[in-house]
Design a protein around this ligand. Sequence first.
Ligand code: SF4
Ligand code: SF4
Length: 168
Amino acid sequence: MNPAYEALLEKSREQIAFLKRQLKYLSRFDIKNFDHIVAAFHDEVFADIDCLDCANCCRVNGPVFLDTDIRQVCKQVGLDRESFVQDSLQINPEGGWRLREPGCQFLASDNRCSIYDDRPKHCQSYPHTHERRMAKGLERLVQTCGVCPAAYLIALKIIERFAQGNTK
Ligand code: SF4
Ligand code: SF4
């Protein structure tokens, strides 16, 4: 991983209590245009972050698969659905399926996704900062900050923008 991204993740872990407190506080407010504001922060941050220099989410988390994702991926790579589920997946407590072991088997050595065009929806929307009802996703963002350097930078932008209760 790019050393600058590693440094961001280390800072994020050091600041976890601060991030948790601030984002939990903001999740109580119904902030006007909040989704659009966060989506703009997402775009700004990802203009400077190269996921091919990182791939930490694929290495640490891997995807959440819905049934449609499993069908699509198995079709794409020629796997038998039942064997794939039995050999590689376990039920995800929050819904769908996740890998039994950390580290996605579809991640290539050059950090590319070998099933990029058919990757699960969860991968497509990660780190989930370009979504609707973002206020409800702020607590999840705290966890994501420990894995994704971009999520950490987005969280800092949110906190800076709405610091000191400036929720108008
Ligand atoms: S499916 Fe592709 S994008 Fe998703 S975690 Fe695996 S390597 Fe990463
Ligand atoms: S989404 Fe985040 S964790 Fe995943 S590769 Fe991009 S910067 Fe890294």
